[in-house]
Design a protein around this ligand. Structure first.
Ligand SMILES: [Zn+2]
Ligand SMILES: [Zn+2]
Length: 237
């Protein structure tokens, strides 16, 4: 036992002594997760609908939401999604989720921090999108929870686990919009008092937004007054 513990500690110490590297190109860094060159080359979203985060070619007037939001307003009030779901973001998010590269979670979450900083005062808690317990057991972790852990360290906003995913919903990718919507109805349930008034939902990617709509509706019905969404990337449909 002592040998195992000692090995673990020495590995931890070795990790601490290693210089930080850019998660995209491997360049040595003094601090942070992404070098200046890679940071500049990332697929940043220049302008988007404030309500749903959908990237737009031209900015909307202040206070105006996109046509989709006007037709079918989402239950959440604001979306922070700084990047297009394009290379190398898509590869990094897949490596985190399916390749168990957990060290990517703080790096990816850090990319959303500047845009969160402008709105952080609007929120009093973080709510990572829960996985169904079967999926969490298979994957061994929840990527949304890993992103939220870093955002908690940076903002001190508490993480609330007040909602559970009740059904092992089909993966949303590859489904059409109508199927995604019905796939998500009744997917979440409150399992505890929310202990917050202004919740920020955390997830890795927003696609059609059906998952966040379902979770936001559940939170609002459960007593939360205001809900925002933060995802690292937005995949335009
Ligand atoms: Zn780099
Ligand atoms: Zn919109």
């Amino acid at each position: 036992m002592i040998g195992v513990a000692a090995k673990r500690i020495s590995k931890h110490l070795a990790d601490m002594l290693l210089p930080a590297c850019c998660v995209f190109c491997g360049e040595t860094l003094v601090d942070g997760f992404v070098c200046e060159g890679c940071h500049a080359d990332l697929p940043w979203i220049a302008c988007c609908c404030e309500r749903c985060g959908t990237p737009l070619a031209t900015p909307l007037p202040v206070g105006v939401i996109c046509g989709n939001c006007q037709q079918r307003p989402p239950p959440f009030h604001v979306t922070i999604a700084p990047l297009h779901y394009d290379f190398p973001l898509d590869a990094a998010i897949k490596a985190l989720k399916f390749g168990r590269r957990l060290y990517l979670a703080p790096a990816l979450a850090s990319l959303a921090l500047p845009r969160l900083a402008a709105r952080v005062h609007n929120f009093d808690a973080l709510v990572p999108v829960p996985l169904h317990r079967w999926r969490q057991a298979t994957r061994g972790f929840n990527q949304a929870q890993e992103l939220a852990k870093y955002l908690h360290r940076c903002t001190a906003l508490p993480i609330r686990h007040c909602v559970a995913r009740m059904r092992p919903t089909e993966p949303q990718s590859g489904l059409d919009a109508a199927t995604r919507k019905s796939n998500m109805s009744g997917a979440f349930e409150m399992i505890a008092a929310p202990r917050c008034q202004r919740a920020l939902i955390i997830d890795d990617v927003m696609t059609t937004g059906e998952t966040c709509r379902a979770l936001a509706s559940t939170l609002l019905a459960g007593g939360v007054e205001y809900v925002g969404v933060l995802t690292i990337a937005h995949a335009s449909p």
